[in-house]
Design a protein around this ligand. Structure first.
Ligand code: FAD
Ligand code: NAG
Ligand code: NAG
Ligand code: NAG
Length: 305
């Protein structure tokens, strides 16, 4: 997911999504006009144009990783996001030649009113939008467009969900886990393998561990590092994700299970094959190859964010 992507993919996605959203809004108004007009449920972010939102905080939560909070115009506004969703954030290009937008995954959900939260990994000295967001100070404005649904996640849609996240690829996995865990009816067994380069690079561990601890066994987490190095206290997994780890910790291929993958391109390539990028089209899932392909997983039980 960390690959450079042309925004035209998302302009198309935006156009399609806003048509669908428009149709849904008409349906909602017809069914319940009073509710649809209510001020207390205004969606703050447009799917068709960039909405400027004010940064209210920017906190470093890990090495080059920032948690950035954007306030909606009213404390009653909502994000209007169906999980799992993402939005486009605009930023100045590093060379000063204008603005460009990149996709980001809110870690707050639709029931958080008045604000949205992003976790953004900065690529210092090379990143365009990531550096722009991470350099933002309270009071600055960022242009945001969305949200666009990537895969609809509802309680008990699957019996088991496995997640393989690399670095900032944790964001969609967190969004999905928190959405399911927030539902008291949900019984999905979720297992996350969160990969980072070294133990020092792991971020949000307290937050993730707290979610697991209060999940009543529904959410399990395994940390994996490329190299533990001199961290001889390291008790987690070591090395790139391999077939043994997948077999031991994640659900086997089945109609009622799903594996979600989100990480940098080399991680996709090894685990499940890359997404398919065609000029002028939204990114496609592409074939399932790599470790998951060899194990018999297909597009019906793997999702690449
Ligand atoms: C659906 C989706 C959701 C996403 N959600 C998030 C999110 O929640 N949080 C988040 O931080 N990011 C997320 N990303 C990634 C994000 O969209 C950007 O790609 C990323 O922030 C880099 O953008 P940039 O403009 O700063 O750098 P770019 O202008 O894209 O790249 C600048 C330079 O950095 C290099 N570079 C970029 N990314 C990497 C990388 N991963 N490793 C090594 N070099 C790299 C490029 O090759 C280039 O040379 C998401 C991506 C997708 C597709
Ligand atoms: C937010 O909603 C509540 C309840 O509907 C209402 O009383 C309050 O005035 C609203 N606040 C704003 C700033 O719109
Ligand atoms: C988001 O929350 C608002 C306010 O509670 C609600 O009106 C809206 O329907 C929700 N949207 C989605 C997509 O769930
Ligand atoms: C992003 O920044 C680099 C410089 O770090 C620049 O070469 C590149 O063109 C920028 N990308 C875009 C799409 O603006």
């Amino acid at each position: 997911m960390l690959r450079q992507i042309s925004t035209s993919h998302f302009k198309r996605a935006a156009a399609t999504t806003s048509l669908v959203a428009g149709a849904m809004l008409i349906a909602a108004c017809t069914a319940n006009p009073a509710n649809a007009q209510s001020d207390s449920s205004r969606v703050a972010v447009s799917k068709s144009e960039f909405t400027p939102l004010t940064v209210s905080s920017n906190v470093v939560v890990g090495k080059n990783v920032h948690k950035v909070t954007l306030d909606f115009p009213s404390p009653n506004d909502s994000l209007g996001m169906t999980t799992a969703g993402m939005l486009m954030v605009q930023g100045e290009k590093r060379d000063g030649s204008g603005t460009i937008a990149r996709p980001y995954t809110p870690v707050s959900r639709n029931d958080t009113l008045g604000k949205l939260e992003l976790i953004v990994k900065d690529y210092p000295n090379v990143g365009n939008v990531s550096s722009h967001i991470c350099a933002a100070k309270p009071g600055d404005k960022l242009g945001v467009k969305g949200c666009f649904t990537k895969i609809k996640v509802t309680p008990n849609k699957w019996k088991k969900v496995g997640m393989l996240a690399g670095g900032s690829g944790i964001t969609p996995c967190l969004q999905v886990a928190e959405e399911l865990l927030s539902s008291s009816d949900d019984k999905t067994e979720i297992t996350l393998i969160f990969c980072n380069q070294t133990p020092q690079d792991i971020f949000l561990q307290d937050h993730i561990d707290a979610l697991a601890a209060k999940s009543g066994g529904r959410f399990k987490v395994h940390y994996c590092v490329d190299k533990a190095g001199f961290f001889d206290f390291w008790k987690g997994l070591t090395g790139y994700v391999n077939a043994d780890m997948v077999k031991k910790y994640l659900p086997a291929p089945a109609d009622d299970s799903m594996i979600m993958v989100c990480g940098p391109p080399p991680m996709y390539k090894a685990i499940c094959g890359g997404k398919k990028f065609e000029k002028g089209k939204a990114p496609q899932q592409g074939e399932i190859t790599g470790i998951l392909g060899d194990m018999g997983f297909t597009n019906t039980n793997v999702f690449k964010f």
